[in-house]
Structure formats: C-alpha cells, structure tokens
Design a protein around this ligand. Structure first.
Ligand SMILES: C[S@@+](CC[C@H](N)C(=O)[O-])C[C@H]1O[C@@H](n2cnc3c(N)ncnc32)[C@H](O)[C@@H]1O
Length: 265
C-alpha cells in the first residue's frame, strides 16, 4: 500500500528535564510540522514549546471524573486527525512513550491501520532511572512489573525470589481510572495482598526519580506492614526486593551436564 503524506513519530522526553532526550527524539521533534505534548510537568511543556513553533498540549483532555480510557481515546483522535490532514506529526510523552502508557501505542497502531508511516522511538523510563538509582540489575534475580490496580484485582502467581515493581501505586484500586489519588481502604487491600506473599517486616522501597537536574530522587524504605501509612504521589513506584533465594532446578542442571559430556565425547 502506498504511504499517505501525513506521518507520526512518538517520542519520550525521558524522566529528567533536558538531560534524557535522545538525539533521535530531538531530531524527530525538529523535523515535525506539529508537536503534541503529553507530559506531566508544565516546566517540561514550556521547554518543549521553546523547541517547536507549533507545540500543542494534550493535558486539556484530563478532566475531573472523565474515565482515563476516554481521555486517552480523545488524545489518540486528536493526534490522528492532524496526521490525516497530511501533517508530519511528532507526539512527545514523558519517560518512555510506550512504557505503562497506552496513547502512543494506540496512535501508532491507528496510523498504521490508516496507511500512514508511524513509529515509536525508545526512551528513558522510570524503570531505567530506578535500576540506576537503586542499584538494581533486573537480570540478577529477575524482575516482575505490574500496574498496581491490575496487580490488586487479578490473581497472580508472584515469584517472591525475584523483584516485584508496582507502577501507579498512588492510585492503586482506582478501577474507574479517573482519580488522582486513592486512600486508606485501597492501600489496606494492597498491603493485605502483599502480606500473603511477603513477611510483614520485609523491606520495600517507595521510589520517585528526580525530574530536574538540581533535585534528587526519593527512596523511602518501609516494611510491608507500614505500607498504609507511607506518603504516595502520582509519581511513586513501589519496589519489593526478593524475599527468598531462588530454588535450583537440579534435574535440568543434570540434563545440561549430561549433554555437555556427550558433546565432549
Ligand atoms: C502512566 S505511567 C507513565 C510511565 C512513563 N511512561 C515511563 O516511561 O516511566 C505513570 C507511572 O510511572 C511511574 N513514574 C512516573 N514518574 C515517576 C518518577 N518520577 N519516579 C518514579 N516513578 C515514576 C509511577 O509508577 C507512575 O504512577
């Protein structure tokens, strides 16, 4: 199919103002004719506005009480309507555009379906900052990432010998996806769920990456039993380290050893 003239590139600004934008993202922004911005901080919006003469915020779609899915759909429709007009569009999201964020994925899919050229550029997410700031290598013992409300409301087999990372913990339990924070009841339910998997004194960390070069990250360690009382924001991520060592699969190790011996024969 011949590609139509409009196009879309979704980029991420990374987490830290000015310091995380990749050269590819910067180039996509400057080559675009229109820039949409879905970033959580007005300072980041101002910074992007200085980079582009036609920068438009998507924050207007966040209305109190409006279900998040409707908000996201409106954002996708707004981005796509410019692409359909034949405009070279760039959409900038904070962090990584496709990590715990659906608008960029949906917009790229919709643009492809309509026959337009569209792609997503990789960027620095909160997880990347977390690995660096907290000294965690996800490859050491494994690492499970879940959206907090989904984790709470679904039956999951959690591997407590690996890291567990819960995103959007500040709005845990908000199944309407329309609130800016949730309260004691929702947190109690999450704490109870964690207590079924971890000892009550197991230490976990509330993490918030620095978003300005002059600020530092937040890393607050609390036992599972104190989770209800800790201060959480929209930017908090919960990190639960392994609580036990991983069991060795001796049977498979023996099969591997046997096959190595055979290769040597
Ligand atoms: C809608 S997701 C967006 C994630 C973003 N796309 C990224 O690449 O990191 C929002 C969640 O990301 C995490 N997050 C956002 N900002 C953060 C920060 N400054 N530090 C730690 N986690 C953050 C939190 O779990 C928050 O609830």
């Amino acid at each position: 199919m011949t590609k139509q003239t409009g196009s879309l590139v979704c980029v991420g600004t990374g987490m830290m103002l000015g310091g995380h934008l990749t050269p590819r993202a910067r180039s996509a922004i400057s080559l675009s004719e229109r820039l949409f911005m879905a970033v959580s901080d007005p300072i980041v919006e101002k910074w992007l506005e200085n980079m582009h003469p036609d920068a438009r915020s998507l924050q207007v779609f966040y209305q109190p009480g409006c279900p998040r899915d409707r908000t996201y759909q409106r954002m996708v429709e707004t981005i796509l309507s410019s692409v359909r007009k034949g405009i070279r569009v760039c959409a900038a999201f904070y962090g990584h555009p496709g990590v715990f964020a659906c608008v960029a994925h949906r917009a790229v899919e919709a643009a492809h379906r309509a026959g337009f050229s569209a792609r997503m550029e990789a960027a620095i997410s909160a997880a990347d900052c977390l690995y660096a700031d907290l000294g965690i290598d996800p490859g050491k013992w494994g690492c499970q990432h879940y959206e907090a409300t989904q984790f709470l409301t679904r039956k999951r087999e959690v591997d407590s010998s690996a890291y567990l990372i819960l995103w959007q913990v500040g709005v845990v339990g908000d199944e309407t996806h329309s609130r800016l924070s949730t309260g004691k009841l929702e947190r109690q339910l999450l704490q109870q769920k964690l207590l079924r998997m971890y000892p009550e004194d197991h230490l976990m960390t509330i993490y918030e990456a620095a978003t300005l070069p002059i600020s530092s990250f937040r890393s607050e360690t609390i036992p599972v039993k104190k989770f209800v009382t800790v201060a959480l924001s929209q930017h908090s991520t919960l990190v639960v380290p392994p609580a036990r060592t991983c069991e060795v699969d001796h049977e498979t190790q023996q099969l591997l050893a046997k096959s190595r011996l055979k290769e040597q024969d």
